[in-house]
Design a protein around this ligand. Structure first.
Ligand code: NAD
Length: 499
């Protein structure tokens, strides 16, 4: 066994060299080996990082848009050049297969490309002669230091949803990645310095609740972007808004796919397998409940079973289809749902605890699992499992399926599979979910739209990236201006009127 690598903070463009009060292990989930030892920041470490970021913001906020854009373009090129190295880091600590890791970096790149257009995105309005010889115009200015707190499941992409937009808008960033797979975020952050971003504008601080709490209450942190599970998202939203900050806190999910009887069942089966088991189901947009409108359930379950039988689970560096779960504890928790599903009366069609694994060592694997005849009230339906467990719920009609989706406390993503344009159009209007796919199982919006759910999947009112991201990271100012000429003399204490 090799010695674990030290993973530390990145502050003011440099690796942090002090001695940490606490550390935590980082695992390779495919082998079960400890590969890293992560420094965990104390509240006073966080205070020092925020101080560095604040100082850097005081200059960066005044840098011209032309110069900021040059940094963004260089960063885009560097990220594109190094994407394979970053994907390898993701696979080593998260476990997802290499092609999937590369896909995540590519989706993150789209946000950088969106942020390259920041001069256009920050253009204000101008009204000449709003009142006689009075002009009115608007501008958007940076906030200061913003904090980004990210989850384990997209260690590169989720930080990239926020950081490029925040920096392009003139802010300084303190990123707190997941302590489970922190290295990809550090590697991406190091590219900013190479791209010419002044030291201190982009910082990474590692830690757990102590570091997060310090960010949520720090007086110099102006805004918090959080992505993670619903209980923590709610806590982050309540704590940071109580401390006077603007907050967008994206939470957990339970995504449903509604398959109507007229759908192409081969396409629907492919989509259900890809969206249910890709990244071992550890995606906030994963499909976990498949609502099959009768009479197609038997046929659909057979097609899915056939496809799952062809999937290879194993080490993500070996060209397998599905990798391990992120930690041993999480794998055991997900596996626990297999027993609870059976106890609750669901039919276990494929048991992920059985079958071969293509890996060496003692990795955190569970193969794809399929349940049929799942019903609301069973834990396997009600909980966000966040693993490779797909549940088929048999429903009698479109209306019954729609009601289940709308009654669910989460509202992140959903999809309908049908060849009926009228039904699809009705669904997109009636469904109470933030991101909707029509024959698209994982409808992640492009970077120039915004990503975010409804209900318990989002606390706050701003989604990530797109114009909502630009607005979140800036504050508006409106100037009313009159350049005096001799006609403006005289006293008048009345309220100004538009003339
Ligand atoms: P998590 O909530 O455990 O952790 C997220 C972040 O919060 C991490 O940085 C972690 O260090 C920090 N954290 C954890 N516990 C904390 C506490 N008690 N106090 C303060 N901070 C704490 O989430 P995770 O397991 O890393 O990620 C998986 C979850 O994220 C799933 O629920 C998934 O649906 C959700 N997710 C949502 C989206 C979305 O866009 N809505 C995207 C990705 C992931």
């Amino acid at each position: 066994m090799s010695t674990p690598t030290r993973i530390t903070h990145l502050v003011g463009g440099r690796r942090w060299e002090d001695t940490p009060e606490r550390t935590s292990p980082v695992w390779n989930p495919a082998t079960g080996e400890q590969i890293g030892e992560l420094d965990l920041a104390s509240a006073s470490d966080v205070d020092a990082v925020v101080g560095t970021a604040k100082e850097a913001w005081q200059s960066w906020g005044d840098v011209s848009l032309a110069a900021r854009t040059q940094v963004l373009f260089r960063f885009r090129e560097l990220l594109n050049e190094r994407k394979e190295d970053i994907a390898a880091l993701i696979t080593a600590e998260h476990g997802k297969v290499l092609s999937d890791a590369l896909g995540e970096v590519t989706r993150g790149l789209e946000v950088v490309e969106f942020a390259c257009g920041i001069p256009h995105l920050l253009k204000g309005g101008f009204t000449e002669n709003a009142s006689t010889k009075v002009d009115v115009y608007s501008m958007r200015q940076s906030l200061g230091v913003v904090a980004v707190i990210s989850p384990f499941n997209f260690p590169a992409m989720v930080p990239l949803w926020f950081v490029p937009v925040a920096i392009a808008c003139g802010n300084a960033v303190v990123l707190k990645p997941s302590e489970k797979d922190p290295s990809a975020a550090v590697a991406v952050a190091e590219l900013w310095r190479e791209a010419g971003l002044p030291d201190g504008v982009m910082n990474v601080v590692h830690g757990d609740k102590e570091a997060v709490d310090a960010l949520l209450t720090h007086p110099d942190v102006r805004a918090v972007s959080f992505v993670g599970s619903t209980p923590i998202a709610r806590y982050v939203y309540e704590t940071a808004t109580a401390a006077g900050k603007r907050v967008q806190a994206l939470g957990g999910a339970k995504n449903h796919m509604l398959v109507l009887p007229d759908a192409d069942l081969d396409l629907a089966a492919d989509a259900a397998v890809n969206a249910g088991f890709g990244s071992a189901g550890e995606r906030c947009m994963a499909i976990s409940a498949l609502l099959a409108v009768e009479p197609i359930a038997d046929e659909l379950v057979a097609k899915i079973t056939d496809r799952v039988g062809k999937l290879v689970t194993g080490d993500g560096t070996r060209g397998t289809d599905m990798g391990p779960l992120v930690t041993r504890e999480h794998r055991d928790k997900v596996a626990g749902y297999l027993d609870s599903g059976v106890e609750a009366g669901a039919e276990l069609v494929i048991d992920g605890r059985e079958g071969d694994i293509d890996a060496d060592g003692d990795g955190f694997f569970l193969r794809p699992t399929l349940f049929d005849r799942v019903e609301p009230g069973m834990p396997v339906y009600d909980d966000e499992i966040f693993g490779p467990v797909l549940s088929v719920v048999r429903v009698q009609s479109y209306d019954e399926g729609l009601k289940l989706i709308n009654d669910n406390p989460y509202g992140n993503g959903t999809a309908i599979f049908t060849n009926d344009g009228g039904a699809a159009r009705r669904f997109q209007h009636e469904v109470e979910v933030g991101m909707v796919g029509i024959n698209v199982p994982i409808p992640v919006p492009m970077a120039y739209y915004s990503f975010g759910g409804w209900k318990n999947s989002l606390f706050g009112d701003s989604h990530a990236h797109g114009m909502e991201g630009v607005n979140f990271y800036t504050r508006g100012k409106v100037v009313t201006s009159r350049w005096l000429d001799p006609s403006h003399g005289g006293l008048n204490l009345g309220f100004p009127q538009n003339t």
